[in-house]
Design a binder for this molecule. Structure first.
Ligand code: BGC
Length: 926
């Protein structure tokens, strides 16, 4: 991306030089001006405390009418709002940059300083050279950029424990409390907190929780990096006495993680350290220009309180009788508190969290209470989500209310907990007995639809429990509607499950003793994830986890972060996440920087694969799950290994090209050809069938372009035939399923793809919907209405919230609605809906990094109506299913009368219309 570096002085002349119509501030806003909005820095809205010194800016443009585009932009970054208001970009004035780029614009001003805050805005020039109004002000601030800026110690309350390695009884220590009272004498101009923990922490100031995020500071390999948060606390401080407090829980740092206890690993908890601790500081800037820092040190006080147990997997116990009332407020007597213990500084680098934080996204009211046993109440929250339950209760002191969580009910109405395996997932609240008590746990979460309440004083009413949906993302980037109600429910379920599992890392499931960033699941779902939510920052964070956890010999691990492993550490199609996820970040968000960041590791991984291969064939190797949870057909692990190696080479060639590494692009292009040749010689027969003849083998080979030229059609025909013979049902698992859909549509079998999509018999998506599911299941048959306790299934490995099979979302947007990008980052959009008589209509929208794209089609008698909306500053190729343009009306008129470029192809019976931004209606009568 080339940028114009004209200085401030030249800019003003520059406006004249370019001959742009400069609209002065006095001119009343013109209706057709472009409107830059949704300003972001590093994908985040007004981020605080970033540590990237060359942040990237982005905005979205709104503009009325057709063919609207940006031909230039100008960014101003200033040290104060005042300067910015005077159009004084004292930190960066980009000058007028002739470019249509609206994202990934790299900051190129003077050095950004540690702790400083910045104000910025952007204006753009449109195709008529009219400049827009300045955007509203956006904001970002820098974190602590130098180690010497950190003044605090890692401190904690000592609970008398140094180590354990028990299997049989859980070790669940109390949360630790820290407090520090301090007096501020002068008028405060600005105050900022920079805080972190080895473990989980919640920050309090003068009696209130600071920030609405949960699970801070996030999960990393703490030996490599520790994230911290920056909070603006100017409004929370006052002259006089103030109190800062922190509550610390074990979290991922020292609590139970995943299945370690289940398989009795040598370690079952404390993977990064034994005792959790907190570190941080408050920076105060006074009106008189002086500064003061309050940092965590031995002058703080420590204690334990009401939180008796707090573990992500096991749950939380709160004894309200032990509440330290007022502990985080001034005037509290802390004379019986202890001096905190100082803990060793971690090896990990202190950095700002680059992702999006876990927050409450929705509050759910129960839809029903049942009482399967006297005194056992089961609350139904209406859908299967990840989060916590808020309890409302009134009763005598010492009453113990217990909450357990389940995804489904057994026949007898009790919750099913067998599938949680060793995740105890139990929260306990002991009443203090002083009126109405409302409680939420802080350091645990569960995957559930049902809450079982026991020990409740009296008969609870519906408002005794509220579900708090927690997630790192908002699944608001897409809409999808079709004429098949089942498919609409399916779409809702996919989003619910994505929300439940995009929880600090993309987890496999939110309920059992697992919740790990399984790489196979993540790579297969990646493109789907991008359609449903803005996952740019979330996935950037995960790629850092993945890069940090790459094995020394080059393989990417089974999950990231990677606190432990069993003997085998990697697996085909799981380790390939290290290539596939960065590729999608590039494709969807045009993120070149992440490619650059990952490149060395990706090369190492390619070398690892090369070394493991014989004659360009990568064997299965490692831990082998193959086409995980496939039914009735098995694809060999060697086939999967070889296919993914080919796919990786192909993606590497494209990514090397994007990075302008021409030689590497050639190298990987050649490697792909060699793999393809070796692969087809070994696995594809002369009649176009694969040697293994499973649905998955065809799907992978066809979609990864591994078929020898001329035989693809035979391959696709055979796949179609197999699906028909199988009663329009799948026999594929995590890897094959989405590729079956993609391959069918790629080779013209849209009708068949829709039949699979609409199928309701096992195995199909419809089967879960028909059985009442509100989420995506781990298995095709996780549950049936007739089941008692899933007797025919392994209830211990049966999650009801696993997004992997939800990867059909990729097909729904890419093919059914036909929304794709020709380049990277949706500037050149492709609209190519898979129109079929199998549906009456499909209507979808996707909010891309360049704005919202919509694509809908419906039958109106014999006519087909296609509605498309293309965002400002982008162009599109719209594929219409008719080669004869006389049959096509555009916006009610003959297309010949419209100023658009068209091409038609008799062979494929399609026409392509090339357009700029705007709303279009096509009416096609064939
Ligand atoms: C997880 C998966 C994961 C798999 C590996 C399971 O226990 O839940 O989704 O990919 O292990 O086979």
């Amino acid at each position: 991306m080339k940028q114009n570096t004209i200085t401030c002085l030249i800019i003003k002349i520059g406006i004249l030089c370019f001959g742009f119509n400069h609209i002065t501030a006095n001119t009343s806003p013109q209706k057709d001006l472009l409107n830059p909005k949704e300003l972001r820095v590093e994908y985040l809205e007004n981020p605080k405390g970033i540590t990237t010194t060359k942040p990237r800016f982005s905005w979205i443009l709104e503009g009325e009418g057709r063919n609207r585009s940006q031909i230039a932009y100008q960014i101003l970054v200033a040290t104060s709002q005042k300067k910015l208001d005077q159009d004084d970009g004292d930190v960066w004035d980009s000058g007028i940059v002739k470019s249509n780029v609206t994202n990934q614009v790299e900051f190129a001003g003077s050095d950004l300083l540690s702790k400083a805050s910045y104000f910025w805005k952007v204006k753009v020039w449109d195709e008529k050279k009219q400049d827009s109004e300045w955007s509203p002000t956006a904001y970002f601030s820098m974190g602590l950029l130098n180690f010497s800026d950190w003044k605090g110690l890692f401190i904690s309350h000592y609970v008398g424990y140094d180590n354990t390695d028990k299997y049989d009884s859980l070790y669940l220590p109390p949360a630790r409390y820290l407090r520090k009272s301090f007096t501020l004498k002068k008028k405060i101009k600005r105050a900022t907190a920079h805080t972190t923990a080895l473990g989980l922490y919640e920050l309090h100031l003068n009696g209130k929780k600071i920030n609405d995020a949960y699970f801070l500071p996030g999960w990393t390999d703490y030996n490599k990096r520790v994230y911290y948060q920056t909070f603006d606390i100017t409004d929370q401080l006052k002259q006089g006495e103030n109190v800062i407090g922190a509550i610390i829980g074990d979290g991922w740092y020292s609590g139970y993680i995943g299945y370690a206890l289940l398989v009795r690993l040598d370690k079952v908890r404390e993977f990064y350290g034994v005792n959790p601790s907190f570190m941080g500081q408050i920076e105060i800037e006074y009106e008189d220009g002086t500064f003061e820092t309050i940092a965590s040190d031995t002058s703080w006080k420590s204690n334990q309180g009401a939180i008796r147990e707090a573990d992500i997997l096991m749950g939380e116990t709160y004894d309200a009788r032990l509440e330290l009332t007022g502990w985080d407020t001034p005037g509290y007597n802390d004379s019986d508190w202890k001096s905190p213990k100082v803990y060793t500084y971690p090896d990990g680098k202190l950095e700002a969290h680059p992702g999006t934080l876990v927050k409450s996204r929705e509050r759910l009211k129960p839809i029903e209470i049942t009482e399967p046993k006297p005194g056992t109440y089961v609350f139904n929250l209406g859908k299967n989500f990840a989060g916590i339950a808020e309890l409302k209760v009134q009763g005598p002191k010492g009453t113990k209310v217990q909450l357990r969580f389940g995804e489904i009910l057994k026949r007898d109405g009790n919750i099913q907990t067998e599938n949680l395996r060793l995740a105890r997932a139990t929260d306990t609240y002991i009443l203090k007995g002083e009126g109405l008590e409302i409680w939420q746990p802080k350091f645990t979460y569960h995957g559930f639809q049902y809450v079982e309440v026991t020990g409740y004083p009296g008969k609870p009413t519906l408002d005794a429990i509220t579900g708090i949906v927690l997630s790192s993302i908002e699944t608001d980037a897409s809409t999808f509607q079709s004429s098949d109600q089942m498919n609409n429910v399916l779409f809702k379920n996919i989003k619910t499950t994505q929300s439940a599992n995009f929880f600090e890392v993309p987890t496999d499931c939110p309920q059992r003793d697992e919740r790990l960033g399984w790489t196979g699941d993540a790579q297969t779902y990646m493109r789907s994830a991008t359609y449903n939510a803005d996952v740019a920052a979330f996935m950037t964070k995960f790629l850092i986890d993945l890069n940090d956890s790459q094995r020394w010999y080059g393989a990417y691990p089974n999950f990231a972060p990677f606190p432990y492993s069993r003997p085998d550490q990697y697996a085909p199609a799981w380790m390939d996440a290290g290539i596939i996820i960065p590729y999608n970040m590039y494709k969807v968000y045009n993120d070149i920087r992440i490619l650059d960041y990952m490149y060395e590791g990706m090369e190492k991984f390619m070398q690892f694969q090369k070394d493991a291969s014989t004659d360009y064939l990568r064997p299965g190797g490692g831990n082998n799950w193959g086409d995980w949870l496939a039914v009735n057909e098995e694809t060999s692990h060697d086939f999967i290994g070889a296919a993914y190696y080919g796919y990786d080479a192909k993606l590497m060639a494209e990514m090397a090209e994007a990075l302008n590494k021409k030689e590497d692009a050639k190298k990987y292009g050649k490697l792909f050809e060699n793999i393809k040749k070796a692969f087809s010689e070994k696995y594809i027969l002369e009649n176009g069938q694969t040697t293994e003849d499973t649905q998955t083998t065809y799907a992978l080979a066809l979609y990864f372009n591994l078929y020898p030229e001329g035989l693809e059609k035979e391959g696709a025909d055979r796949l179609a035939e197999k699906i028909k013979n199988n009663g329009y049902k799948f026999s594929s698992g995590f890897l094959g399923t989405k590729h079956v859909m993609l391959a069918l549509s790629k080779y013209g079998y849209d009708d068949l793809a829709y039949k699979l999509f609409k199928q309701t018999e096992y195995p199909s998506w419809g089967y879960s919907v028909e059985n009442g599911s509100t989420s995506i299941w781990e298995r095709w048959n996780s549950y049936t209405k007739d089941d008692t306790v899933n007797s025919d299934l392994n209830a211990k490995m049966n999650s009801f919230s696993h997004y992997a099979f939800g990867s059909v979302a990729e097909w729904m947007f890419l093919y059914a609605a036909g929304i794709d990008t020709e380049d990277s980052g949706y500037r050149n959009i492709i609209i190519k809906p898979a129109v079929s008589k199998e549906m009456d209509f499909i209507s979808a929208s996707y909010k891309s990094i360049n704005g919202t794209i919509t694509s809908s089609w419906k039958w109106k008698g014999k006519k087909l109506i296609i509605n498309v909306s293309i965002p400002t500053n982008t162009s599109a190729k719209i594929y219409l299913p008719s080669a004869d343009l006389n049959n096509v009306k555009m916006n009610g008129k003959k297309i010949a009368n419209e100023k658009v470029k068209t091409t038609s192809q008799e062979q494929t019976k399609t026409s392509v219309v090339e357009t700029g931004s705007g709303d279009y209606i096509f009416e096609i009568s064939n």
